[in-house]
Every structure is written in C-alpha cells, then in structure tokens.
Design a protein around this ligand. Structure first.
Ligand code: X5A
Ligand code: ZN
Length: 691
C-alpha cells in the first residue's frame, strides 16, 4: 500500500460528523431518512480502513450569507429557528405543511452542517488541496427549493456549494460546474436554482414514470432543458419505469452524459450522490450495484482533472448505501483497477429515453446529433421481465397459488388516462395520429400520488403515516372483487396485485402494496349490461375497455370473475384502475383509503357508490352485487352520468382492441366458463349492443 506521503497517492477528502445524526423524527417514528444511514456508511468505511487512506474532515456550519445565494431569507429563518425551544409545540404542524418533511431539535444544526460540509470539501477540491472528496451528509438537499423544504431535504447542499464556488471564490478558477444527480429522484430544487445559468450544467437521471414518480411534477421531464442563457444546460434523463440498473446507467453515461461533459469541459464535478437507485433500495425500485456506481464514477474522473465532490443525497437500504459508497471511495482512491461486470443489457425503454433526450438536446450539444447505430438500438436490450405460468391460471374454482405466476416488476406504472382530456385531444380520434408519446411527453405538471414501490417500504412521513394505519385496518377485511373485463384473465388481474404486465399490455402495473394472492376465485353472472367505451388506454393502446352498466336489468347477463382479496388490496386495484391524477392532493393514493370500511355499508345499502375522490377516473363508481360466503361482492364501473355521456357521444364508445378482446376471451375460456367461439360472440354482442 502506498505510504501517506506518497506524492502519487490520491488525496481524497472524507467528511463525516456525528452531529448530523441529531436530525431525526421527533418521536422516534421509523423513517427511511434516518441517522443510521450515515452511521452505516461510516462504519463500513471504517471497517475497510478507508478513513486511514483519506483526509478525514469534520463538518462546518454554513454561513447564512452563503445559504442566501439559493434560499430565501424566510426559508433560512425557518430552518435556523425550527429547532429552538419556542418552536417545540409547532414543529409537527409546520413540518406537516411541507411535503415529506420532519423536524426535531437537531434539524437546524444538521442542516447547517450538511450545507457547510459540502461547501467545505468543494472549496478544498477546487483549490487542489484535495483531489476529490466524499461528504457523508444529511439531511439531503436536492429536493429543497429556494423557499421550500421537501422530500426529506431542508437546505440544498449541492446548490449552495456550487454557488459558493462560482460567486464567492472566483480566484479558484471554477467557472463551469457539472452537477451530476444520480439519486433515483429528480433533483427539482437544484434544477430550478440553475435553470437560467449556463455556469452550471445540471444533469439528473431519475425515475419519472411519466410523471408518476416522486416528486411527480413534470419538472423531471426531458423537455426541461433550461431557459434563457441556461438553455441546453439542464439535462433530464427520465426513466419510464423501475428496474433500471448498471447497464441502463452506463448506456446513459456513454450516450448522453459523457459526450456532453466532454464538450462542456467542467472545472469541477459535484455529484448529488443519492444511492436510492441501488439494488434493494426500498424506495427506488432500481438495481445499480456497487460495481455500477464505481463505473459511473470512474467514467467521470476523466473530466475536470478528476476534481470530483460527492455529496450524499438519498439512499435507504443501509447495506446497499454502505457498499455503494465504499465502492466509490475505492474508485476515488485509485488504488486498484475496477473489477466486476455488467450482468444485463439496458431495458428497451432505456434506448427510447436516451434517444428522446439526445433529440431534445442535439442542437445544443452536437455530439448528441449523430444517430445511434441501429445495431445498438434493435438488439441490445432486455424486455421488461414478466414470466407467465399459464398452467397455473384459473384451473380450479378456488385457488391459493403460492407459486408466483407473474414476476414482480417493481415499477410505479399506472395507466394514465385522463391527461388525454387535459390535453384537449379528441378521444374519438377519427383517424388522427395520436401516439402514446404525446401523453408521455406532456409538459404540464401531472400531480400524482407516489405509489409505495415495495410493499415493505412503509414511510411514516405525513402522508404515508396515515397510509400505514388504514392499510393495517383494511387488510383485515375481505371482499370479492368482481371483474368483467381484462381482469377476468387471472394472470392479467394478478398484475394489479403482484405488479408487472402480461401479453397485450403496453405498460406494466405497479401492483398492490400487499402482494399476496387472492384467497379464492369464483365465477358468476350478473344482470348488468357489459359494454365497451373510451377509445385509448395506456395499458391496452387503442380501443375501448369494458364497463358494466351501473343499473341492473334482468334481461342482461355479464360474466364475472370474482377474486377474494382484502379491502386494502381492493383499494390498490381501484387506484390502479383509475390512475389517480387530480390536480389537488399530493398523495391521495397513500393518504387515505378510497373505499373505507364504513363505505361498504353505504354501498350495500344503496347498491352503488360514486366516489368523489375518483370522479376524474374511469371506474369511480362502486357497485355492490350481493354476497358470497358472507362477504360483499364489489365491482367498479363508470358513473350513471357517464352512461348519458356515452349515449350522447360526448364520451367515446368504441369496441375493444384485438389484444384486449383476446384477454377477455382467454379469461372466459381458461376460467372454463364458455368456449372460445361463445366468448367471441359474447364480446362482439356486448360491443354491438346499444347502451
Ligand atoms: C432525497 C430523497 C426522497 C423523497 C421521497 C418522498 N428524497 N416520498 O431521496
Ligand atoms: Zn432520492
């Protein structure tokens, strides 16, 4: 090993300070962003002897005047005072006014230390006293807006440090800063702070899920390229789904970030280094390995003379973040060559996203204008993994299949339906070219609830705290969920429980939080009219989808496949079927149940219950169809007023697409209800019949 005085030895700064552990939830509630995160990282580094090989630094509080370069006086005042005694009784209330924020008596000091620490190491790296540095700080910073704490972030540590170098230390020669934000969430705060500023090239790669992933605002779209003199200096790589891993990130590095960095030629690189895209992270649903992080970092060391500062942002699996930071520290120390290999190919959606980003930015960065070789695009990808075990589907009347028949896709995808009407696109698009891409690239903010991607990830922030409580109550009640459309095909329905997608679906479903299989499956027929309406869904593409007339009629007969699930799961199915996206309410999905225990009584009494919270959804009306085994049979369909709109042509009525039709046929046939021919006739009849 090289001796400490070895002039060739890399001088790597390592900053950790126990005082940043004092920011914690006020009453010890469990929270993913907790003090153990930085302790776990530090312990790991110590156990590997890393601090001995680095320049260890302790934290320094940032001065208000430097924080003021990105935050308002009001925000600084709030963070400065929030921990003082006189706020003791108000802290909870104030925190609840922000999105995903808590405060305690250690919050002020920790925030000032986190910001000051990133400033401190950045200055030392800029000066050349250090080659590079890692600041193991918390609270994280990249979501913090100039006048708003959010997403576990109080001060925007990296933005403060960047402004400090540019404005306060001109003599250090830092004129251009590349910020690489590889946290799984979009760095909205940092983006906004430098949106007009070409001295900072902000690059963020994050899950976007078409606007569904936290912070779910549209700011993370690839269309957000910067403004005025900053145009072209803001780059977002918005993943369409989870499951992204080493191969996806390396592809983005090779085909977006590195060519841009090459021509931008930054004087220093600040990494908003969240590790919540790491494999096994409870919030991220992605799968970067420590080797992946080390490659991403290594590839950046060729720029800015290796002047790199890593500042911790998110990352919520203690082992994953510790292993990942360790791998990065080893890269910065440059003592051994990297060993490892990338196990998979990029997802198909990754190539699509890369091309969209390159297209959007090619006028600013000529290196992005060359077409990617066709051979990379057409063969070099893996599909979203779904394995179907068809033999297990609907064989018996009552099933309790322990063997998962659908591989779980930990994605956050829910059908996006209503944005169509928001975009004023004629849904009945008579021959007009409306591609699904139009929806995906919608610039207008789509405020959506963030589904908890992994069932285990119960986050007791203000929204999800409530979520834990109602979930545990509703998980103890069972109902029969009656399906009459694509969910009659059990593998299709299981996507709403386990997550994932089946043949014919364009996009995967996130699944329910409780992924346990239905406790029973029974078929019956109900005296309601089946019909097909609407004209386009993200999941199924063009064509109408199934609805049941909310009023019963003894001359009608619809097949129904009923699944015995918990009321909690029913709520998650309801949410996915309706893809909540109202403008108000930031976290409707998680905050409160759509259908509560008391609603069951109401719907049993009135036979139907239109849910106000879902009125923008397509399946907002809950129907009560009797009982089976003393459990209510519930289904969901459109409201009565929508029936009138379908009749008048105000809302489109259209037959099912082939894929959708096939799924229904499969459901009926594999469910042993009718023959294939009968099923086709049944569906055609429903599609033809007058409402
Ligand atoms: C820094 C970071 C995530 C906030 C998620 C809120 N924040 N649900 O990873
Ligand atoms: Zn994050």
């Amino acid at each position: 090993m090289a001796a400490p005085e070895d002039p060739h030895r890399r001088r790597v700064g390592l900053l950790y300070d126990e005082r940043m552990c004092r920011h914690a939830t006020p009453d010890g509630e469990i929270h993913p962003e907790n003090p153990d995160r930085i302790r776990a990282i530090w312990q790991k580094l110590e156990s590997e002897g890393i601090p001995l090989r680095c320049v260890v630094l302790s934290a320094k509080e940032a001065e208000d005047k430097y924080i003021a370069s990105v935050h308002t006086a009001r925000h600084i005042k709030l963070i400065k005072n929030i921990s003082s005694k006189k706020f003791n009784s108000q802290r909870l209330r104030i925190a609840s006014e922000f999105n995903s924020i808590y405060f305690n008596k250690g919050s002020s000091e920790a925030s000032y230390l986190a910001a000051g620490s990133v400033m401190e190491v950045s200055e030392k790296v800029a000066k050349g006293d250090l080659d590079s540095a890692i600041a193991i700080v918390r609270p994280p910073g990249h979501h913090a807006e100039s006048d708003e704490a959010m997403g576990f972030c109080l001060f925007n540590n990296v933005a403060i440090a960047a402004n400090f170098l540019l404005n306060e230390r001109p003599e250090l020669g830092i004129r251009k800063i590349l910020i690489v934000d590889w946290d799984v969430h979009h760095g909205n705060g940092t983006q906004n702070m430098f949106y007009n500023d070409p001295r900072v090239l902000f690059f963020s790669v994050h899950r976007f899920d078409f606007g569904m992933f936290y912070p779910a605002s549209g700011d993370g779209s690839y269309c957000m390229i910067g403004e005025g003199p900053g145009a072209g200096y803001n780059i977002n790589v918005p993943w369409e789904q989870g499951q992204c891993g080493d191969a996806d990130y390396v592809a983005v590095w090779d085909h977006v970030l590195l060519p841009v960095a090459e021509s931008y030629d930054p004087d220093i690189i600040l990494i908003s280094a969240g590790f919540d895209a790491a494999v096994d992270d409870p919030l991220g649903g992605c799968c970067i390995t420590p080797y992946g992080y080390s490659l991403m970092l290594k590839k950046l060391m060729g720029f800015a003379q290796g002047k790199i500062v890593m500042a911790l942002e998110g990352g919520y699996n203690l082992k994953s973040i510790a292993d990942s930071v360790l791998a990065c520290a080893k890269v910065l120390l440059e003592e051994k060559p990297l060993v490892g290999s990338i196990k998979a190919q990029p997802l198909e959606s990754t190539w699509r996203v890369i091309q969209e980003v390159r297209h959007e930015l090619k006028t600013f960065w000529p290196a992005l204008s060359v077409e990617l070789p066709q051979k990379v695009l057409v063969s070099n990808w893996r599909p979203c993994s779904v394995e179907l075990n068809l033999s297990s589907s609907s064989e018996s009347i009552v099933e309790n299949d322990g063997g998962a028949s659908v591989t779980i896709c930990a994605t956050n995808f829910v059908e996006i339906i209503e944005p169509l009407s928001k975009l004023n696109i004629d849904e009945d698009n008579h021959g007009k070219a409306i591609t699904l891409d139009h929806i995906a690239t919608d610039k207008s903010p789509v405020v959506l609830s963030e589904e908890c991607p992994n069932a285990q990830a119960l986050m007791p922030d203000k929204n999800v705290d409530g979520c834990t409580r109602w979930r545990s109550v509703l998980s103890k009640t069972e109902v029969w969920y009656g399906s009459y459309g694509s969910n009659m095909w059990k593998p299709g329905f299981l996507c709403y429980i386990k997550g994932g997608k089946v043949e014919g679906m364009n996009e995967p479903c996130p699944g329910s939080q409780d992924k346990s299989s239905p406790k029973g499956v029974i078929w019956k027929t109900v005296p309601h009219q089946l019909f097909f309406a609407r004209s386009l869904t993200r999941t199924w593409g063009k064509g109408g989808v199934a609805f049941l007339h909310p009023e019963s009629n003894k001359n009608d007969k619809a097949y129904m496949c009923m699944y015995r699930i918990t009321l909690e799961q029913f709520n998650d199915v309801l949410l996915q079927e309706n893809s909540l996206h109202q403008e108000n309410g930031k976290s409707q999905g998680a905050g409160a149940p759509l259908l509560d225990l008391s609603d069951i009584g109401v719907v049993a009494e009135n036979k139907s219950l239109p849910l106000e919270a879902l009125k923008a959804g397509w399946y907002s009306n809950i129907l009560y169809l009797g009982e089976e085994d003393n459990l209510p049979i519930l289904t969901m369909t459109c409201s009565c007023s929508e029936i009138d709109q379908f009749r008048s042509g105000e809302l489109p009525v259209s037959g099912p697409s082939n894929d959708y039709m096939n799924t229904l046929v499969r459901g009926l046939v594999e469910g042993k209800q009718i023959t294939r021919e009968e099923a086709i006739a049944y569906i055609n009849d429903a599609a033809m019949r007058e409402l």
